[in-house]
Design a protein around this ligand. Structure first.
Ligand code: SF4
Length: 315
């Protein structure tokens, strides 16, 4: 899969755009993820014309509509920032972004847990940065994360898996979608969706069954909204183990009793947190190859993202 474009807070790439003229270079982002993604850097404060270096800022007011003030001189830059944000979101519509990595805690770029001060100067609430919040409203389907959460193995795996699903969805819907292609997309993602939410899988399955004989186009918006809700739910060890046992059911005829017992033990060890997900997955891949089971062979669940990222070695 080529050219996966990811928006990113520019300072995380090592660009000297911070208020003090420095950066927040994150080597995992540039050296590891950079091998698979094309970055679209954004620095709201520099791009809206506040200059580098500039006075540091903070949010003051209500979490739903905070204002952006310089810390010492008390200048209100909210209107300037909001005007730029509107233009920037429009511009980004044409970039084909499949995800966005934001700098955490920033009053402009943060997407959660950003300090919001009361007029008396107390940091008594938390919210989102002005650009980060606007981006999530404007692009509710695009996966987002901040650099803090990116270093949590479970949240990182969830984000990157969703980026790859979104990219496949984006590519599918660039042209007129046939029912056959839609059904194929859904079929190949079934086990992956099941690992997040069996309930959402049932709803999507009904929708796809209903599609036959109709225009696929009219289902697109509803399908992707439900799919996004499903994938936001974390794939826990318990849910993954259920999927793995479900897959193991396909091998009844082609593996020995000993192999079946060993596979069940490995899945159970994973469920109990004794070994990482990659161990039962490698065994599953082996048995899928051996059984040549056509439905399992095409499941993205077995290969949701590049092996080189080693995301399932840590969950
Ligand atoms: S956190 Fe956002 S506004 Fe601040 S330097 Fe980084 S990209 Fe620019």
């Amino acid at each position: 899969m080529e050219n996966i474009k990811i928006g990113i807070s520019s300072c995380l790439l090592g660009n000297n755009v911070r208020y003090d003229g420095g950066h927040q270079h994150d080597r995992y982002i540039t050296d590891t993820l950079g091998r698979f993604f094309t970055w679209v850097p954004v620095c709201p404060e520099a791009e809206c014309g506040l200059g580098i270096p500039r006075e540091a800022m903070r949010l003051i007011g209500e979490p739903e509509s905070p204002r952006l003030f310089t810390i010492h001189s008390g200048i209100d830059h909210t209107d300037r920032m909001l005007q730029w944000v509107m233009k920037k979101c429009k511009e980004l519509e044409n970039k084909g972004l499949c995800g966005f990595i934001f700098k955490n805690k920033s009053p402009s770029s943060g997407i959660g847990g950003v300090k919001i001060y009361s007029p008396s100067g107390m940091p008594d609430r938390k919210g989102v940065g002005i650009f980060g919040g606007a981006f999530m409203k404007h692009f509710p389907l695009i996966p987002v994360i901040d650099d803090g959460r990116l270093h949590d193995p479970i949240l990182r795996e969830n984000f990157i898996e969703r980026v790859f699903v979104y990219k496949r969805w984006y590519d599918l819907t660039q042209e007129k979608v046939s029912v056959k292609d839609f059904v194929d997309f859904h079929t190949r993602h079934k086990l992956l969706i099941m690992a997040h939410s069996p309930k959402h899988l049932v709803i999507l399955g009904r929708m796809v069954a209903d599609m036959k004989g109709h225009e696929a186009g009219k289902y697109i918006a509803e399908y992707v909204a439900i799919l996004t809700d499903a994938l936001r739910l974390l794939a826990t060890a318990k849910k993954n183990a259920n999927v793995l046992f479900h897959m193991a059911g396909y091998f009844k005829k082609c593996i020995s009793e000993d192999e079946r017992r060993e596979l069940a033990e490995v899945i159970e060890d994973y469920r109990r947190g004794l070994i990482p997900l990659i161990v039962p997955i490698v065994m599953m891949r082996h048995y899928v190859r051996k059984s040549d089971e056509p439905y399992l062979k095409k499941q993205y669940y077995l290969n949701p993202h590049p092996l080189e990222l080693m995301l399932r070695n840590h969950v």
